[in-house]
Design a binder for this molecule. Sequence first.
Ligand SMILES: *Cc1c(COP(=O)(O)O)cnc(C)c1O
Length: 465
Amino acid sequence: MEDDGLTRIPAMNRLLERPAARAAAERWSREEVVLALRELAAEEREKVAAGGKPPGSLEAWDELLLSRLESRLSARNLRRVVNATGIILHTNLGRAVLARAARQLLAEVGEGYSNLEFDLRTGERGSRHAHVAGLLSEITGAEAGLVVNNNAAAVLLILDTLASGKEVIVSRGQLVEIGGAFRIPEVLARSGARLVEVGTTNKTRLADYERAITAETALLLKVHTSNFRVIGFTAEVPLAELVSLGRKRGLPVVEDLGSGVLVDLSRYGLPAEPAVQQSVAAGADLVTFSGDKLLGAAQAGVIVGRAELVGRLARNPLMRALRVDKLTLAALEATLRLYRNPELALREVPTLAMLTRPAEEVKEAAERLAARAREVLGQRAGVEVVPDPTEAGGGSLPGAEVPSWAVGITPGPEVGSLEECLARLRSADPPVIAHVAQGRLLLNLRTVLPGEEDLILAALAAWRQ
Ligand SMILES: *Cc1c(COP(=O)(O)O)cnc(C)c1O
């Protein structure tokens, strides 16, 4: 009798019980595996209808399944990558890695409905901002807090609310451009405020601000020069002095802190960044900072300060366009909770843990990876451990060198050029992002997360073929 082909398509349950499918379900998820198998079975049925034959053995089905899952995975546009550049807040690689608590709350809130704007006590409409406002006050000491889409939006909202059609005084030394074309003069122009520059590039004094104040002045703005430093013969006015001038003349003082660190990093040999708490204590009326720089949560712009001003910001119609979603709030709330205990934050917030990890530990990790890389690569490449100092990145801690160590790889001629090796690592699954310096390919261990060493070795193993 003629085999009609359809009988050779195994039942879904039989395929799902095979070791290959079980292993795949562990690696991806059972749902992905079921979907892939359904897809394959449907395709094979079509082939049979067109006179073709389905795979003859269960092993052949296993292979089909695995290659389908691999290609589905690499078909994703947004993917996880291994950051072996050593730059902790790499804007192109998604800035902050989320803390475990943040990932958990994010998954929970994404999986079901949430009380985003629902007051569980009264059963009435609630405010999405309530979830983090109290935490922000508790941690920073400010009267009130508000969160928008990013720090650029925070500055825009403040200027639009308090200074549209009026003048804003900024020191010439602080008219910065942050990556991604955020330029203080342009944001000011957008908001309808007029920029009044005072001082010079290297020196600005209190008297410069004083002289510039007119009846048209709306506020005094201080901007953290995040991604550069002016060294030598320089002077900027300390926040406290600007605050006393503001008080005297009845003008709010706003500080754009950029990174917005909430813990003291100076005891880890890092430069003493002005903490948000210090700006609040010094009397700044509003302070803004990013959620995904040194704070280590999701992209967001955090505003803390005087309740009356924060209330005015919250009532600005622009707020509807700048508001954050539940996923951002989940990541931010869970991360902020960790900061109630600074020691816990230093351990649990990956950005802080990576930044404060002792260089000696990073070196040991590099030595362990180098030993295994030597085994994997054999004669195909030279492998050594080299110093590879790095930086916080993302415009945080400008000029501060963070000591670090890398596995340096010098590929042999049969492997290819350094550029080719970089490209091969980028095409691994997951992609590994390395960098080239000192004539070698460098894998910097400061940003390699626990468990990622195996992924790097798997990527290097592919060089054998
Ligand atoms: C990074 C930065 C910004 C922009 O912050 P985003 O959250 O990326 O929008 C604005 N101002 C300063 C001083 C910064 O450092």
